[in-house]
Structure formats: C-alpha cells, structure tokens
Design a protein around this ligand. Structure first.
Ligand code: NAD
Length: 462
C-alpha cells in the first residue's frame, strides 16, 4: 500500500516539476475532462452513493452534488482567462519609473482528503479549483463510502492520465500516510478532530492546508419572522441527506414562546415530505451503525435528562432515524455541545436576541449561520453579533451553492476557503514581480555612501 501511494504521488510530482505553467487551453481540457467524467457517469455515481448509504435518493445526489459541481466547473471554464490574468499593482513614486504586478501561478501537487457525506462534491469540488489554478492532484476519498471511492478511482484513471490526477483508496492507515506526503497544498474536509491530526502531519513538510471542518451551525429565528415560514427552509436544510450535511442547521434558537409552534410546524412539513418514512427511498439512511448508535444514544440521553422528543407519527421503529425534534434539551447535554450530523434538531428557546447571540458565542465558531428576520436592523445585529464561516439569510444551505462566494469555516470550523475565484487563488501562488524602468535608483544608491545616500535617507525616511 505504502509503495503504491508513494509511486502515485511521485508520478504526479515529477510530471508537475517537468511541466511549464499550463496555459488556459490545457486547464480547460482538464476541466472539460472533469465535466465529462461526471456527465457521462451520473447514473452510476448516484447508484454507488445509494449503495454506500444503504439508501439515498438519486434526486438528492443530483441536486446536492452533481448540479452544484457542474455549476462550479462551468463557472471556472467561463472565468478562467480572467482569473489567470496578471494583476497590476501600485508602485510608489520613489521607485518610478517601474512596474509591479502579480502572477497567479500553480502550486504544484494538491492533496485532497474528502469525507463520505457528499463524496462527489467534496472530492471533485476542490479538484475543480485545483485544476483551474493549473495544478495536478492526488485524491483520498473516504473509506466509509467504499463503492463510490472505487468507482471514483476507476473513472479518474479513465478520464485523466496517472501523472495528472489519481485516486488513492484505503482505510485510515492510507489516509495517515497520505497526509504525511509532501504536497504543495493539502485540502482536508472532515471532522475538527481529524483536521487537527492532518494539520500536524502537514506541518512536518511545511505543507499549507485548507481545512474544511464541521461544528454546530445555528439557525436563529428573530421575533418578527413567522416560524411556519422558517420551518420550511429548516426542514430542507436539516433533513436532506438525513442531516449528514456539514452546513445543516445543527440547532435552532427561537423566541421561547414560539418553540412549541415551530416544532409542530417542522414536524408537519417533515411528515408530508417523507410519508412512510422507513420504506421511503427519498429519505436518506444514516451511513453506519456506529453513527446510528451515536445518534440514538444522544436522543435517549436527552430524553432521560427531561427533554421532550417529537418524531412524525409512525416513523420510528426501523433502521432509519426519523426527523427528531428535541425541546427543553439541557444545556450540558451532548446534543447542545457536539456536532449532531444527523436528523436530530434541538430547539432552544430564548428571551431576547442578546441571549441567543450569547448562546452561539459561548460555543466554537460555526461553519454556517442561518438568520431569519425581515428587519434590516435585526439582520445586522445578528451578522455583527455572531461570527461564522458563511451565512444564508431567510433560508438554509444556499450560500454554499453560490459560485462567486468563498466557502469555508473560521476558528474550529476551518481554515481557508475555496469555490470560484477564492478557490483559484487558494491553490495558486501569488507571485510578486517588480521591474524597474530605464532609470533604476537602487543602482546609484550603493556604497561608497555619499551625498546622494544622505539625501535619500533624509527625504525617504521622513
Ligand atoms: P472524518 O474526519 O472522520 O474523515 C474524513 C476523512 O479523513 C476520511 O477520508 C478519512 O479517511 C480521513 N482520515 C481519518 N483519519 C485520518 C488521519 N489520522 N489522517 C488523515 N486523514 C484521516 O470525517 P467524516 O466522518 O468522513 O465526515 C464528517 C465530518 O466532516 C463532520 O464533522 C462534518 O461537519 C465535516 N464536513 C465538513 C465539510 C465542510 O465543507 N466544511 C463538508 C462535509 C463534512
């Protein structure tokens, strides 16, 4: 395994060292190959993901992975020439005549470690940006989605040459060996705990990292906003992929006197969205028994601690974990302290907005925040009062789908952002270039120092 991984890496690195900076046509050819890989195999991709989950709808994979990925690739293809253009920079009067500019150049080989929850979008999304920036890449998809990972390895070998892009598969030992390779940049998407290990491994090689991590993303419903309206977006954001979405609302903060109404509204929408839940192929399964046990354990612990647990009528009693609302969750419970990453939603009542913001700020900085309000002032109070990686106002999830917005976390939810031009720049080296004109003052200022040096020190050092 180790030798194979090392060989895959060296094949790509050697080709990257031999290659001059790839022009726009080469990058477009690679991006087009990526697009064809997805378009020509979309049914097989959705089937593999369905099999790994033990149940995930084709429509969900299309809407949440394939569509946004293709949109990102299209955006990169259209914008590439503009992104690649050098950027003229200002030169101070003392250095005139001269020019200064920035060249965005490839870093070399990008390593991409991705999770199982959106295995296509979170492996090929970073790849899109890496290729646009002129890099080559080695990928390590998750061992928890083995059918998809095997398929990806095969497809990548069909659409790319092994010295351009390749996929290493295997378990945690492969992932560890992978993180220890001397990449020029390493992108990791996964949990905060593993993110720390990846960053430590990368530090040995001085490999810069982009960490796309998780956390507890809050939804805050302000007093002015109808809870029934907010409920729709919350159902979409929370129960799509059975809550296994990094930016799913983790918990909701709502004025205390509306908590019960919100819970009932969410429940009634979820009942209509997912009838006959246990046999409903449009409601995703939770990926593994370990995660199902973790979630069931957290629900039981909250119930024992006195919280009330609501689920759609007749939905429990099978392998799938139904949409679950928890009211009166004790503040020290697992559900309010660890990332939930499943279809369980604590609803927390607050007295005033300051209390709600205090609740968010008492925890690690979240990846996403959802603010529901129609008042501009309240919107600003929330935006100014609590930090997060990204925000959707009066909705959920959709900031991630904006090709021209950077996507990433802050604090414990991540380091660095990608998508669109942000991704192009993240995987580029902004190389500074300075070129003096016909007269170069520097050449006449050297030793032996005389009057000119004294004059320069007097005027320039003011
Ligand atoms: P995980 O951290 O368990 O695993 C992610 C990847 O890391 C896997 O491919 C795994 O093989 C690899 N890995 C495991 N141990 C490693 C090690 N010691 N060194 C290097 N790599 C190692 O995460 P997961 O369970 O697959 O995904 C769920 C988590 O990912 C959640 O916390 C979620 O919020 C987060 N997430 C974040 C984003 C984002 O864009 N910010 C997107 C999706 C998921």
């Amino acid at each position: 395994m180790g030798d194979n991984l090392q060989t895959m890496f060296e094949t790509i690195r050697d080709a990257s060292r031999r290659e001059r900076i790839p022009d726009a046509a080469t990058r477009k050819r690679r991006l087009s190959a990526l697009k064809r890989l997805v378009v020509e195999n979309r049914a097989e991709i959705a089937q593999a993901i369905d099999a790994d989950f033990g149940g995930r709808a084709r429509e969900e994979t299309e809407l949440m992975e394939i569509v946004p990925l293709l949109s990102g690739v299209g955006h990169a293809l259209r914008s590439l020439r503009r992104w690649m253009r050098g950027e003229r920079r200002h030169v101070a009067i003392t250095f005139q005549p001269a020019r200064a500019w920035i060249r965005y150049e490839p870093l070399g080989v990008i390593g991409i470690i991705s999770p199982w929850n959106y295995p296509l979008f979170l492996s090929l999304g970073p790849l899109c940006d890496a290729l646009a920036a002129g890099n080559r890449a080695l990928l390590k998809p998750s061992e928890l989605s083995p059918k998809f990972s095997e398929l990806l390895a095969r497809l990548v070998s069909e659409y790319f040459s092994p010295d351009e892009v390749a996929v290493a598969t295997g378990g945690v030992e492969v992932a560890q060996a992978f993180a220890a390779l001397p990449f020029n940049h390493l992108v990791f998407t996964g949990s905060t705990a593993v993110g720390r290990k990846v960053m430590a491994a990368a530090a040995q090689n001085l490999t810069p990292v982009t960490l796309e991590l998780g956390g507890k993303s809050p939804a805050i419903i302000a007093t002015d906003y109808p809870v029934e309206k907010a409920a729709r977006s919350i159902v979409q954001g929370k129960f799509t992929n059975a809550g296994q979405t990094c930016i799913a609302p983790d918990y909701v903060l709502v004025p205390a006197d509306k908590a019960e109404t919100l819970a009932r509204a969410i429940l009634s929408i979820a009942e209509k969205a997912y009838p006959d839940l246990q046999s409903n192929s449009q409601y995703s399964n939770v990926i593994s028994q370990r995660h199902r046990d973790r979630l069931n354990g957290a629900i039981e612990a909250a119930r024992k601690a006195g919280a009330s647990v609501l689920q759609p009528a007749g939905a429990a009693g099978g392998g799938k974990i139904p949409p679950t609302l928890v009211l009166g969750t004790p503040e020290d419970s697992l559900l309010l302290n660890e990332e939930i990453f499943g279809p369980v939603l604590p609803i927390v009542g607050y007295r005033d907005l300051d209390e709600a913001l205090g609740f968010v700020n008492a925890r690690s900085r979240p990846l996403a925040l959802y603010a529901f309000t129609s008042e501009r002032r309240t919107q600003d109070l929330i935006l100014d009062g609590a930090i997060s990686g990204g925000v959707t106002i009066n909705g959920t999830l959709l900031h991630i789908a904006q090709d021209d917005l950077p996507f990433g976390g802050v604090g414990d939810s991540g380091i660095g952002a990608y998508h669109g031009v942000a991704g192009f720049r993240r995987f580029s080296h902004a190389r500074a270039v300075y070129k003096p004109g016909l007269f170069n003052a520097f050449e006449v200022l050297g030793p032996p120092f005389g009057k000119l040096a004294a004059l320069a020190i007097r005027f320039l050092g003011r």
